[in-house]
Design a protein around this ligand. Sequence first.
Ligand code: ZN
Length: 281
Amino acid sequence: MFYFSRLLVLAILRINSGKPKPALVFFNIDREPIFKMSEKKTALVVSAHAADFVWRAGGAIALHQAKGYEVTVACLSYGERGESAKLWKKGGYSLEQVKKARRVEAENAAKALDVHDIKFFDLGDYPLEMDREAKFRLVDLIRKVQPNFMMSHSQYDPYNTDHSYATAVTMECRMIAQAWGHNPGEKVLSAPQLYLFEPHQTEQMGWKPDVFLDISEVWEKKRAAIECMQGQEHLWNFYTNVAQNRGNHFRRNSGGMSGGRPAQYAEGFQSIYPRTVDELT
Ligand SMILES: [Zn+2]
Protein backbone atom coordinates (compact mmCIF):
# COMPACT_ATOMS: atom_id res chain seq x y z
CA MET A 1 0.00 0.00 0.00
CA PHE A 2 2.96 2.31 0.63
CA TYR A 3 3.67 2.56 -3.10
CA PHE A 4 0.18 3.74 -3.82
CA SER A 5 0.67 6.72 -1.54
CA ARG A 6 2.81 8.26 -4.27
CA LEU A 7 0.22 7.82 -6.98
CA LEU A 8 -1.98 10.60 -8.20
CA VAL A 9 -5.63 10.17 -8.74
CA LEU A 10 -6.83 11.58 -12.02
CA ALA A 11 -10.39 12.61 -12.50
CA ILE A 12 -12.36 14.37 -15.17
CA LEU A 13 -14.76 16.75 -13.57
CA ARG A 14 -17.30 19.26 -14.63
CA ILE A 15 -16.79 22.33 -12.49
CA ASN A 16 -18.62 25.59 -11.89
CA SER A 17 -22.10 24.31 -11.27
CA GLY A 18 -23.70 27.43 -12.78
CA LYS A 19 -21.86 27.06 -16.07
CA PRO A 20 -20.26 23.64 -16.46
CA LYS A 21 -16.78 23.62 -17.93
CA PRO A 22 -14.85 20.41 -18.56
CA ALA A 23 -11.54 20.25 -16.77
CA LEU A 24 -8.84 17.76 -15.93
CA VAL A 25 -8.15 17.86 -12.21
CA PHE A 26 -5.27 15.99 -10.57
CA PHE A 27 -5.69 14.98 -6.94
CA ASN A 28 -3.17 13.65 -4.46
CA ILE A 29 -3.97 10.59 -2.36
CA ASP A 30 -5.74 12.77 0.18
CA ARG A 31 -8.09 13.89 -2.59
CA GLU A 32 -6.77 17.42 -2.51
CA PRO A 33 -6.78 19.03 -5.96
CA ILE A 34 -3.21 19.90 -6.91
CA PHE A 35 -3.40 20.82 -10.58
CA LYS A 36 -6.14 21.69 -13.03
CA MET A 37 -6.01 21.67 -16.80
CA SER A 38 -8.99 23.68 -17.89
CA GLU A 39 -10.02 23.76 -21.52
CA LYS A 40 -9.83 27.54 -21.57
CA LYS A 41 -7.47 30.08 -20.16
CA THR A 42 -9.18 32.85 -18.24
CA ALA A 43 -8.62 36.44 -17.17
CA LEU A 44 -10.33 38.76 -14.68
CA VAL A 45 -10.52 42.54 -15.05
CA VAL A 46 -11.54 44.51 -11.95
CA SER A 47 -13.00 47.88 -12.93
CA ALA A 48 -13.90 50.45 -10.26
CA HIS A 49 -16.60 52.00 -12.46
CA ALA A 50 -18.64 50.64 -15.34
CA ALA A 51 -16.65 52.30 -18.15
CA ASP A 52 -13.07 52.02 -16.90
CA PHE A 53 -12.34 48.64 -18.46
CA VAL A 54 -13.20 49.98 -21.91
CA TRP A 55 -10.69 52.84 -22.12
CA ARG A 56 -7.90 51.09 -20.28
CA ALA A 57 -8.05 47.40 -21.12
CA GLY A 58 -10.54 47.05 -24.00
CA GLY A 59 -7.81 45.99 -26.41
CA ALA A 60 -6.36 43.39 -24.02
CA ILE A 61 -9.84 42.00 -23.42
CA ALA A 62 -10.77 41.69 -27.11
CA LEU A 63 -7.35 40.32 -28.02
CA HIS A 64 -7.38 37.58 -25.39
CA GLN A 65 -10.96 36.65 -26.23
CA ALA A 66 -9.76 36.24 -29.83
CA LYS A 67 -6.93 34.04 -28.55
CA GLY A 68 -9.46 31.74 -26.86
CA TYR A 69 -9.41 33.11 -23.32
CA GLU A 70 -12.57 33.62 -21.32
CA VAL A 71 -12.32 37.16 -19.96
CA THR A 72 -14.56 38.16 -17.07
CA VAL A 73 -15.06 41.81 -16.13
CA ALA A 74 -16.08 42.81 -12.60
CA CYS A 75 -17.51 46.34 -12.36
CA LEU A 76 -17.47 47.27 -8.68
CA SER A 77 -19.81 50.24 -9.29
CA TYR A 78 -21.58 51.93 -12.19
CA GLY A 79 -19.71 55.20 -11.76
CA GLU A 80 -23.16 56.66 -11.31
CA ARG A 81 -22.17 59.62 -9.15
CA GLY A 82 -18.66 60.43 -10.26
CA GLU A 83 -18.39 59.47 -13.93
CA SER A 84 -21.80 60.30 -15.35
CA ALA A 85 -21.64 64.10 -15.51
CA LYS A 86 -23.22 64.29 -18.97
CA LEU A 87 -26.40 62.59 -17.75
CA TRP A 88 -26.59 64.70 -14.55
CA LYS A 89 -26.12 67.90 -16.56
CA LYS A 90 -29.05 66.91 -18.79
CA GLY A 91 -31.25 66.86 -15.71
CA GLY A 92 -34.27 64.73 -14.91
CA TYR A 93 -32.34 61.58 -14.07
CA SER A 94 -32.65 59.72 -10.77
CA LEU A 95 -29.69 57.82 -9.34
CA GLU A 96 -31.30 54.52 -10.36
CA GLN A 97 -31.86 55.78 -13.91
CA VAL A 98 -28.22 56.87 -14.20
CA LYS A 99 -27.08 53.46 -12.95
CA LYS A 100 -29.30 51.73 -15.47
CA ALA A 101 -28.00 53.86 -18.33
CA ARG A 102 -24.37 53.20 -17.37
CA ARG A 103 -25.08 49.47 -17.06
CA VAL A 104 -26.55 49.33 -20.57
CA GLU A 105 -23.50 51.16 -21.94
CA ALA A 106 -21.12 48.79 -20.17
CA GLU A 107 -23.04 45.75 -21.39
CA ASN A 108 -22.96 47.03 -24.96
CA ALA A 109 -19.23 47.73 -24.69
CA ALA A 110 -18.68 44.25 -23.25
CA LYS A 111 -20.49 42.77 -26.25
CA ALA A 112 -18.34 44.81 -28.64
CA LEU A 113 -15.24 43.37 -26.94
CA ASP A 114 -16.63 39.78 -26.88
CA VAL A 115 -16.36 39.74 -23.06
CA HIS A 116 -17.16 36.26 -21.74
CA ASP A 117 -18.96 37.51 -18.63
CA ILE A 118 -19.54 40.86 -16.93
CA LYS A 119 -20.50 41.12 -13.26
CA PHE A 120 -21.91 44.24 -11.63
CA PHE A 121 -21.26 44.49 -7.89
CA ASP A 122 -23.26 47.75 -7.51
CA LEU A 123 -21.27 48.91 -4.47
CA GLY A 124 -21.66 52.64 -5.09
CA ASP A 125 -19.01 55.17 -6.11
CA TYR A 126 -17.50 58.45 -4.89
CA PRO A 127 -16.63 56.91 -2.60
CA LEU A 128 -16.30 53.25 -3.52
CA GLU A 129 -16.21 51.27 -0.29
CA MET A 130 -16.12 47.52 0.30
CA ASP A 131 -16.88 45.83 3.60
CA ARG A 132 -15.80 42.28 4.48
CA GLU A 133 -18.83 40.74 2.80
CA ALA A 134 -18.22 42.64 -0.45
CA LYS A 135 -14.57 41.60 -0.43
CA PHE A 136 -15.57 37.97 0.02
CA ARG A 137 -17.89 38.32 -3.00
CA LEU A 138 -14.89 39.36 -5.06
CA VAL A 139 -12.82 36.50 -3.60
CA ASP A 140 -15.59 34.07 -4.63
CA LEU A 141 -15.46 35.42 -8.19
CA ILE A 142 -11.65 35.19 -8.32
CA ARG A 143 -11.76 31.57 -7.17
CA LYS A 144 -14.55 30.75 -9.61
CA VAL A 145 -12.72 32.29 -12.58
CA GLN A 146 -9.24 31.05 -11.54
CA PRO A 147 -7.67 33.71 -13.80
CA ASN A 148 -4.38 33.21 -15.60
CA PHE A 149 -3.92 36.95 -15.20
CA MET A 150 -5.75 39.84 -13.57
CA MET A 151 -6.03 43.54 -14.33
CA SER A 152 -6.94 46.65 -12.36
CA HIS A 153 -6.08 50.32 -11.94
CA SER A 154 -2.89 52.18 -11.02
CA GLN A 155 -1.89 52.00 -7.35
CA TYR A 156 -1.97 55.77 -6.94
CA ASP A 157 -4.58 58.19 -8.27
CA PRO A 158 -4.97 61.50 -6.42
CA TYR A 159 -7.80 62.54 -8.76
CA ASN A 160 -9.86 59.39 -8.40
CA THR A 161 -9.31 57.48 -5.18
CA ASP A 162 -11.96 54.92 -6.21
CA HIS A 163 -9.47 53.66 -8.80
CA SER A 164 -6.53 53.12 -6.45
CA TYR A 165 -8.90 51.73 -3.82
CA ALA A 166 -10.15 49.12 -6.33
CA THR A 167 -6.57 48.01 -6.92
CA ALA A 168 -5.80 47.78 -3.20
CA VAL A 169 -8.91 45.64 -2.70
CA THR A 170 -8.05 43.51 -5.75
CA MET A 171 -4.63 42.75 -4.27
CA GLU A 172 -6.20 42.01 -0.90
CA CYS A 173 -8.79 39.68 -2.44
CA ARG A 174 -6.13 37.96 -4.56
CA MET A 175 -4.27 37.27 -1.30
CA ILE A 176 -7.40 35.92 0.43
CA ALA A 177 -8.19 33.72 -2.59
CA GLN A 178 -4.74 32.14 -2.16
CA ALA A 179 -5.33 31.34 1.51
CA TRP A 180 -5.94 27.66 2.25
CA GLY A 181 -7.79 28.63 5.40
CA HIS A 182 -10.40 30.71 3.56
CA ASN A 183 -13.38 28.45 2.85
CA PRO A 184 -11.33 25.23 3.16
CA GLY A 185 -12.14 22.70 0.47
CA GLU A 186 -12.43 25.26 -2.32
CA LYS A 187 -9.74 25.40 -4.97
CA VAL A 188 -7.27 28.07 -3.90
CA LEU A 189 -5.90 30.63 -6.33
CA SER A 190 -2.48 30.18 -7.90
CA ALA A 191 -0.36 33.33 -8.50
CA PRO A 192 -1.80 35.23 -11.47
CA GLN A 193 0.02 38.37 -12.52
CA LEU A 194 -1.78 41.64 -11.80
CA TYR A 195 -1.43 44.13 -14.62
CA LEU A 196 -2.22 47.75 -13.83
CA PHE A 197 -3.81 49.47 -16.79
CA GLU A 198 -3.06 53.00 -17.87
CA PRO A 199 -4.70 55.74 -15.79
CA HIS A 200 -5.93 59.12 -16.93
CA GLN A 201 -3.30 61.87 -16.63
CA THR A 202 -0.67 59.17 -16.68
CA GLU A 203 2.30 61.17 -15.42
CA GLN A 204 0.52 62.17 -12.19
CA MET A 205 -0.18 58.60 -11.10
CA GLY A 206 3.23 57.09 -10.45
CA TRP A 207 2.37 54.55 -13.14
CA LYS A 208 5.24 53.18 -15.18
CA PRO A 209 4.51 50.64 -17.94
CA ASP A 210 6.74 47.59 -18.29
CA VAL A 211 4.58 45.79 -20.89
CA PHE A 212 3.21 46.99 -24.22
CA LEU A 213 0.52 44.88 -25.87
CA ASP A 214 -0.10 45.17 -29.62
CA ILE A 215 -3.87 45.57 -30.01
CA SER A 216 -3.86 46.60 -33.69
CA GLU A 217 -5.84 43.54 -34.85
CA VAL A 218 -8.69 44.28 -32.42
CA TRP A 219 -8.56 48.08 -32.53
CA GLU A 220 -11.89 48.35 -34.36
CA LYS A 221 -13.53 46.40 -31.53
CA LYS A 222 -12.02 48.70 -28.92
CA ARG A 223 -13.13 51.81 -30.81
CA ALA A 224 -16.65 50.34 -31.13
CA ALA A 225 -16.68 49.72 -27.37
CA ILE A 226 -15.43 53.25 -26.70
CA GLU A 227 -18.30 54.63 -28.76
CA CYS A 228 -20.77 52.76 -26.54
CA MET A 229 -19.79 55.24 -23.82
CA GLN A 230 -22.25 57.92 -24.85
CA GLY A 231 -21.91 59.65 -21.50
CA GLN A 232 -18.19 60.28 -22.01
CA GLU A 233 -17.88 61.30 -25.66
CA HIS A 234 -15.17 63.81 -24.73
CA LEU A 235 -12.83 60.88 -24.10
CA TRP A 236 -13.25 59.00 -27.41
CA ASN A 237 -10.47 60.70 -29.34
CA PHE A 238 -8.30 61.10 -26.27
CA TYR A 239 -8.08 57.31 -25.86
CA THR A 240 -7.60 56.78 -29.58
CA ASN A 241 -4.55 59.05 -29.29
CA VAL A 242 -3.31 57.14 -26.24
CA ALA A 243 -3.51 53.85 -28.19
CA GLN A 244 -1.61 55.39 -31.12
CA ASN A 245 1.10 56.75 -28.83
CA ARG A 246 1.48 53.39 -27.13
CA GLY A 247 1.69 51.83 -30.63
CA ASN A 248 4.70 54.07 -31.19
CA HIS A 249 6.24 52.81 -27.95
CA PHE A 250 5.57 49.22 -28.99
CA ARG A 251 7.39 49.81 -32.28
CA ARG A 252 10.33 51.43 -30.51
CA ASN A 253 10.66 48.74 -27.85
CA SER A 254 10.22 45.82 -30.24
CA GLY A 255 13.21 46.84 -32.33
CA GLY A 256 12.49 50.28 -33.70
CA MET A 257 14.21 51.07 -36.98
CA SER A 258 16.13 47.80 -36.81
CA GLY A 259 13.13 45.54 -37.19
CA GLY A 260 10.41 46.56 -34.76
CA ARG A 261 6.86 45.33 -35.23
CA PRO A 262 4.69 47.88 -37.06
CA ALA A 263 2.02 48.08 -34.35
CA GLN A 264 -0.47 50.86 -34.94
CA TYR A 265 -2.31 50.63 -31.62
CA ALA A 266 -1.14 49.31 -28.26
CA GLU A 267 -1.95 49.35 -24.56
CA GLY A 268 0.60 49.73 -21.77
CA PHE A 269 0.54 47.91 -18.44
CA GLN A 270 2.56 47.89 -15.25
CA SER A 271 2.99 44.48 -13.67
CA ILE A 272 3.08 44.05 -9.89
CA TYR A 273 4.62 40.65 -9.29
CA PRO A 274 7.94 39.23 -10.54
CA ARG A 275 7.91 36.85 -13.48
CA THR A 276 9.40 33.39 -13.01
CA VAL A 277 11.33 32.34 -16.11
CA ASP A 278 13.66 29.60 -17.31
CA GLU A 279 15.58 31.77 -19.70
CA LEU A 280 16.20 35.47 -20.18
CA THR A 281 15.24 36.82 -23.57
ZN1 ZN B 1 -13.39 55.21 -13.16
